[in-house]
Design a protein around this ligand. Sequence first.
Ligand SMILES: [Zn+2]
Length: 365
Amino acid sequence: MTLPHDPHRQAALRRFSRRKLLGALGVAGAGVVLAACGDGTNEGVVSVDPADQANATDATETGVEQAQAQAELSVGLETEPLIWVEPREVLQGSSFLIAIDAPGAGFASVAFAGEVLSMRQEESRFFAVLGLDALTPVGPIPLIISVADGAGNPVVSRETLIDVQDSEWQTEVVELDDDNRALLDPNVIREDEETRGPFLRGQSAERFWTELFDLPVEGVITSGYGLLRSYNFRPPTEYHGGMDFAGASGDTIVAPAPGRVLWGGQTLRRGVGLLIDHGAGIVSGYYHMSDFAVQPGDFVQPGQFIGRVGATGLSTGPHLHWEIVVHGVTVNPVQWIRVSDFPDPAQDFEPINALPTPIRVQTQS
Ligand SMILES: [Zn+2]
């Protein structure tokens, strides 16, 4: 019988989470020491060495039970995993989905553009939504997917290329008065980024959205995402990171999808703003508002009143500037509204559209 505080079990759990971490870091072979840390109780120690492995099957009574418990964990995968990247055409400024069907898998991660993300698991489906900013260079970017079995052993690795296509952004001239022009100062931009930055990656691994988003206001779209902004006819120095809806001061803004309010506040650049975490890396932002009606920690439902249109911050008149951020990258909101055919992370995909068979990894067990 395994006691809740059995030290062998604790050690086994530590090994299990180390292997999970290995999966997150890509794929490591037997006995590879990725890092070392002097504190033996620290979960962050990620050395995997064969002696450590042998400890799992030591001959004490508890050790035998532990070995049996380990054997009950799924070792290897039940079937070859299928991996999809959808949509297959990926544009500058776009979001895209990595989906994996891998019965028996316990963990999956994706490495892309210098970052490693744990994929969200929903039954036997793993997924991650990734985003590209509007100025991502056109051309191929490598993407590496790693899958570990239920015992945490890395079993499959797949590398593919995301071939980023040109979105051919237009340039928009915006004429600013002196007050607004002062808000282009780098210190003002820094204040804005430092205030909102800590919240832009979201906090919830759980996915709250189950369908594409409603629009947050009724109003004509006056500027789309990605427009290169020329202020007062100077060469463009930045792109428009959201979608502008014309409105009157006081017009109602509603939550476009379920989520938890992360931040409500004000910056010189974006005025009164709000950030909502929709989970699994997706955050929406609302700016230049006159005020907001919800507080950080509140869970909002689609259609719920969250604030009012205003003209605070760098604004030439009352409007809502709406942003969608994917794991910290500001992307085109068009893919997130109901007119889009952006894939649902849980939907069925055709096996024929999956990436070619992944590489099997030689495991240490
Ligand atoms: Zn805007």
